[in-house]
Design a protein around this ligand. Structure first.
Ligand code: MN3
Length: 244
């Protein structure tokens, strides 16, 4: 390594060290997930808009139940898993209980994170929901999928094909240069997740997300969902990950 490269690498390490001491570059999850250091538990963050804001595409009753009961249940499950794992460490050790509560931890933590991201990427018709992105995100979609229409086709088809409960995602892979985008899916909350991918948009296709209004017509829900995507928020998340 040349002297210049060494100096450059050290400068980079120094910059990263400063970031660790101060505000991290990308502290999205730290800001959003509602961890109370004082109480030592996660708390359900409020829905960032009124439950009726996504009408007529997603109804208020679905939103109220989805946030207040389903999302709350993931937060409760996450806190319970952390508590139980602590109790197991301190008491009688039964390996099968570790397996159970570690699974509970992964499922509920992912459920909490998935829904937190989800609410933050939605906007009603009067708040700019729907349409398509602009700027660097649209350029990246054109580059990586061929066109916005091809992205939309893959995203909706992936969501329609999730077996049982799960999600379809638009993700950035951190290891690939230039903010490479991909469409992926989760079964349940986190099964099929691959390390290094960072979701910037997801659609919840658990039946609790749409059954009251759409019953078993998942494809109708997916069509409506495209009308409530807050592309400005998705673009901001993309920019935060990829950088200027
Ligand atoms: Mn859900």
């Amino acid at each position: 390594m040349s002297a210049g490269a060494v100096a450059s690498a050290l400068a980079g390490a120094g910059a990263r060290g400063q970031e660790r001491q101060g505000k991290p570059v990308d502290d999205f999850w730290a800001q959003r997930l509602g961890y109370s250091a004082q109480k030592g538990v996660f708390e359900l963050p409020p829905l960032p808009f009124a439950p009726e804001a996504l009408e007529p595409h997603i109804d208020a009753q679905t939103m109220t139940l989805h946030h207040g009961r389903h999302h709350q249940a993931y937060v409760n499950g996450l806190n319970a898993a952390l508590k139980k794992l602590g109790e197991l460490r301190d008491g009688a050790i039964e390996p099968a209980l570790y397996r159970h509560w570690t699974r509970e931890l992964a499922f509920n933590a992912a459920g909490h994170a998935n829904h937190t991201l989800f609410w933050g990427t939605l906007a009603g018709p009067s708040a700019g929901g729907g349409g398509r992105p602009a700027g660097p995100l649209l350029s990246a979609i054109d580059r990586d999928f061929g066109s916005f229409e091809k992205f939309e086709g893959q995203f909706k088809a992936t969501a329609a094909a999730v077996e049982g409960n799960g999600w379809a995602w638009l993700v950035v892979h951190r290891a690939m240069p230039g903010g490479r985008l991909m469409v992926s899916a989760s079964e349940r909350q986190q099964d099929l997740y691959f390390w290094g991918s960072e979701p910037i948009l997801g659609v919840d296709v658990w039946e609790h997300a749409y059954y009251l209004k759409y019953q078993n017509r998942r494809s109708d829900y997916l069509g409506a969902f495209m009308n409530v995507i807050d592309w400005a928020a998705v673009s901001a998340r993309y920019a935060a990950i990829v950088g200027p």
